[in-house]
Ligand binder design. Structure first.
Ligand SMILES: Nc1nc2c(c(=O)[nH]1)N[C@H]1C(S)=C(S)[C@@H](COP(=O)(O)O)O[C@H]1N2
Ligand SMILES: [Mo]
Length: 328
């Protein structure tokens, strides 16, 4: 998400990414060449390399997994959108280091039979986390492939027993200005708020994620628990959730409140509906390996964005008859 023009941010952000990719390429090329000539020599340069690739990408196994190559763990954990910790992609990893995620409670309220303030352990007790490799697409035009570990949101909601009148569920991020520097400013209306229609929340794709690459989710990615709805733009994925409220009125989500002409409630990934200031037809995968020529020429390969981010088979029926150019 972004307030200014993407071009304002892109140049600096691309530089960081490219410096990183470039360095990896040199490390890799260097270690391979050395390994070929002196196979038994200890290579100090490779230590960093090994540490960086410690998290090996899992292979697609389940029916919901994409077979696309996961984005490197390093990129997933250093290129983040989490405005509470800074409005630049590199800042959340730096500014969220001391964020306290335990003890953690989630307050459940509204049209539900089991409202309570739950310790996260109690809310998740008896439920099984699953590994899912999902494509993720940000409204700003970048994408990642993330191996999540998470609890299907449907199983949490079933346990809470919404009443028949509940049509939506609203989620809020923690309000902790003492720990989240940007919450002391009016960069956005705090706390960050998102919502789903109840049928969307019950869709088997929706997760409450607690891990990435089989590791406990890091603070910059929304620890201890965040929403993942891969057919929607990234901003729906509200992080560090402390409330779930069941309601019959469509929740007012943060970005739709902040910039209603640009962002709506549904936020379904849709290559046919441009953002008022830029296209949604293509996307730029983060962490892709570029050649030095591509870097020099600033040619970043783009991918075609798919309707519902490629999840049409699982989700399109939920929007039958809706005008998605108006309900964006
Ligand atoms: N609380 C909170 N949640 C948030 C955001 C935010 O600024 N604050 N940014 C959103 C946006 S725009 C995106 S693209 C995703 C990015 O998640 P990631 O950094 O784990 O990739 O988080 C979403 N969740
Ligand atoms: Mo985003």
């Amino acid at each position: 998400m972004l307030i200014g023009k993407p071009s304002n941010i892109r140049s600096s952000e691309i530089t960081d990414e490219e410096v990183y990719r470039n360095r990896r390429q040199f490390l890799k090329a260097g270690s391979l060449a050395l390994a070929a000539t002196a196979a038994s020599t200890f290579l100090p340069g490779c230590v960093t390399n090994a540490a960086e690739s410690e998290q090996t990408a899992p292979a697609a196994k389940g029916p919901y997994d994409t077979t696309e190559t996961p984005t490197p763990y390093q990129a997933i954990t250093t290129y983040n959108n989490y405005y509470e910790f800074g409005a630049e992609y590199s800042l959340p990893a730096k500014n969220s280091k001391n964020f306290k995620t335990s003890p953690w409670t989630i307050a459940v309220s509204g049209m539900v039979k089991k409202p309570a303030e739950y310790a996260i352990e109690d809310l998740l007790k008896g439920l099984t986390a699953e590994d899912r490799i999902y494509r993720m697409r940000c409204v700003e035009g970048w994408s990642m492939v993330i191996p999540w570990r998470g609890i299907p949101l449907a199983s949490i909601i079933k346990k809470l027993e919404p009443t028949p009148s509940a049509k939506f569920v609203e989620f809020k991020t923690i309000l902790a200005p003492d720990q989240m520097p940007e919450q002391k400013t009016n960069l956005l209306p705090w706390p960050y708020t998102e919502g789903l229609r109840l049928d969307e929340a019950m869709n088997p794709l929706a997760l409450f994620a607690t891990g990435i690459y089989g590791q406990t989710i890091l603070n910059q990615n929304g620890a201890p628990i965040r929403l993942v709805a891969p057919w929607k733009y990234g901003f729906k994925g509200v992080k560090s959730i402390v409330t779930m409220r069941f309601t019959d009125i469509m929740p007012k989500n943060t970005w739709a409140v902040a910039t209603p002409s640009e962002y709506g409630f549904y936020a379904n990934v849709n290559p046919n509906v441009d953002h008022p200031r830029w296209t949604q037809k293509t996307e730029r995968p983060i962490g892709q390996r570029l050649t030095l020529t591509q870097i020099a020429k600033g040619e970043v390969p783009l991918k075609k964005t798919l309707m519902f981010n490629g999840y049409a088979d699982q989700v399109a029926s939920m929007y039958a008859g809706m005008d998605l150019t108006k309900l964006f």
